[in-house]
Design a protein around this ligand. Structure first.
Ligand code: FAD
Length: 384
C-alpha cells in the first residue's frame, strides 16, 4: 500500500490547483485522475468550455506559477462588463471605475488544467488514468482502491471529482439541489468584429444571451433557453444555427459564423456537508451553481485557496482535524451559499415577464447604473 499525506481525487482545474499547492508546500501528495489531459500544443483547437476568471482566481493561479503560462498561451482580458435588456444600455461596469487594468479574463478550461499540470513537481505522484473502485475510512488513515494502481492510503482525501463526485457518493454525503428548467447552448463563433474588451449579457424572458470574447476574431456565445428549444437548436446545421444566432442576439454582436456548439443542462447542488471524517470536498464536488454569472470555478478556486492555507498551517498528524475541516466548511459554505442564492435571485428576476418584476429590474438596472458607490460595491464583489 502506497502512503501519502494527502490524496486528491480529480485533477480538473480545482483539484489540480490543490494538489500543486500542497506539493509545493512540502506535503507528500498523490493525484488520482480518470482522464489524463493532453500536453498543451499551440495548434490544439479552442476548447468549447471557457471560464470568466476573476482577479482573485488570477492571483491564485499566479502563486501556482500557472498564470505566466496562460499569458504565453491564449487568454482574452475584458475591461467592461455589461448587463442589459432588449437594446437598452443597461448597467456597465468598467475596470477604469474600479481603477483596475482589467475586470477578468476569458480562458479555455483545458488550458487552465494543462497549465496547472505542467507545473506539477516530480514529488507529486500521479495516478492517471485511474479508476477508483472503493473508498474506506479508518482511525489512522483513509484508503482508496483503484483498478490500475492498487490501494493507496492517506491521512486526508480531497474530493475534487466534479459535480457527480464519486467520492461524495461513496462516502454517503447527500446533496440538496435541483435541475433548472433552462439549459444552455454554448457556441464558438468567428466574429467580423476584432477582439473585444467587453463581455455582455442580454436578459430575455426565455433566458439570457451572453457574449464572452476570445482572442482574435473569436467569441463564445451562451444561449439560455427552455430545454426543448436548446436541444432543437443544437440539432441544426452550423449554417442554420448561424441564422438563428443573428436573429436572436442583439445587433451589437455584429456578423458571426458559428463554428461549433454543445449544450449543457443546468443544475444547482450543494453537498449537505463538506467534510466527513478524513474526506473533504472542494469545487463542484461540493457545489454546482447556475453558470449565469460565471462563478463556478472562481468559487472552487476560493475553496482550494482556503483549504490549502489551513492544511499547510496544520501540525503534523492534524490534516484531518475536525476543527480545521469545520473552519473550512464554515467559511466556504457561507460564501458559496450566498453566491448560489444571488444567482437564483437573478434567474427568477430576469426570467419573468410579470409586469412588477419587469419594472423592478428595469428600474434596478437604471438605478444601479446611477448609484456610484452601490455600483462600485457590487462590481468589486463580482470581479474581485
Ligand atoms: C455551460 C457552463 C459554463 C460555465 N462557465 C463558467 C465561467 O464562466 N466561470 C466559472 O467560474 N465557472 C463556469 N462554469 C462552471 C465551471 O465549469 C465548474 O465550476 C468547474 O469546471 C468545476 O471545476 P472542478 O475542478 O471542481 O470540477 P470538474 O471541472 O468537473 O473536474 C473534475 C475532474 O475530476 C475528474 N474525475 C471525475 N470523477 C473522477 C473519479 N471518479 N476518479 C478520478 N477522477 C475523476 C474529471 O476527469 C475531471 O478532470 C460553467 C459551467 C457550465 C456548465
Amino acid at each position: 500500500m502506497q502512503k501519502f499525506d494527502v490524496i486528491v481525487v480529480g485533477g480538473g482545474m480545482v483539484g489540480a490547483s490543490v494538489a500543486l499547492k500542497l506539493a509545493q508546500g512540502g506535503l507528500k501528495v498523490a493525484l488520482v485522475e480518470r482522464q489524463t489531459p493532453k500536453v498543451y500544443d499551440a495548434a490544439q483547437p479552442l476548447d468549447l468550455r471557457v471560464s470568466a476568471i476573476n482577479q482573485r482566481s488570477e492571483a491564485w493561479l499566479t502563486t501556482l506559477g500557472a498564470w505566466s503560462l496562460l499569458q504565453q498561451w491564449r487568454l482574452c482580458p475584458y475591461r467592461r462588463l455589461q448587463a442589459f435588456e432588449g437594446e437598452r444600455p443597461g448597467l456597465t461596469f468598467t475596470a477604469d471605475e474600479l481603477r483596475l487594468s482589467h475586470l477578468g479574463h476569458i480562458i479555455e478550461n483545458t488550458l487552465i488544467q494543462q497549465a496547472l499540470w505542467q507545473q506539477f513537481p516530480q514529488e507529486l505522484t500521479l495516478f492517471s488514468p485511474a479508476t477508483v473502485t472503493g473508498f474506506t475510512q479508518h482511525p489512522d488513515d483513509a484508503q482508496l482502491s483503484t483498478t490500475e494502481f492498487g490501494n493507496l492510503s492517506a491521512e486526508l482525501v480531497i474530493a475534487a471529482d466534479g459535480g457527480q463526485s464519486q467520492l461524495r457518493q461513496l462516502s454517503g454525503i447527500g446533496s440538496t439541489g435541483w435541475m433548472y428548467q433552462q439549459a444552455c447552448l454554448v457556441l464558438e463563433v468567428d466574429t467580423e468584429l476584432p477582439q473585444q474588451d467587453i463581455t455582455w449579457q442580454q436578459f430575455h424572458p426565455t433566458g439570457p444571451r451572453a457574449m464572452l470574447p476570445l482572442p482574435g476574431h473569436k467569441a463564445s456565445l451562451v444561449w439560455y433557453d427552455a430545454h426543448q428549444k436548446v436541444q432543437q437548436l443544437a440539432a441544426l446545421s452550423l449554417a442554420e444555427l448561424t441564422v438563428q444566432v443573428q436573429t436572436a442576439f442583439p445587433a451589437k454582436l455584429g456578423a458571426v459564423q458559428v463554428t461549433r456548439c454543445a449544450w449543457f443542462g443546468l443544475a444547482r447542488s450543494h453537498a449537505n456537508t463538506y467534510a466527513k471524517g478524513r474526506l473533504v470536498l472542494v469545487g463542484d464536488a461540493a457545489h454546482s451553481i447556475n453558470p449565469l454569472a460565471g462563478q463556478g470555478v472562481n468559487l472552487g478556486f476560493a475553496d482550494a485557496s482556503l483549504l490549502c492555507e489551513l492544511l499547510l498551517g496544520a501540525d503534523t498528524g492534524q490534516l484531518a482535524s475536525e476543527a480545521l475541516l469545520a473552519r473550512y466548511e464554515r467559511e466556504r459554505r457561507r460564501a458559496n451559499g450566498l453566491m448560489m442564492s444571488a444567482m437564483d435571485g437573478f434567474y427568477q428576476l430576469f426570467s419573468n415577464e410579470l409586469p412588477p418584476l419587469k419594472l423592478a429590474r428595469q428600474l434596478g438596472l437604471t438605478l444601479a447604473e446611477r448609484a456610484g458607490p452601490l455600483k462600485r460595491l457590487v462590481s468589486r464583489y463580482a470581479v474581485l
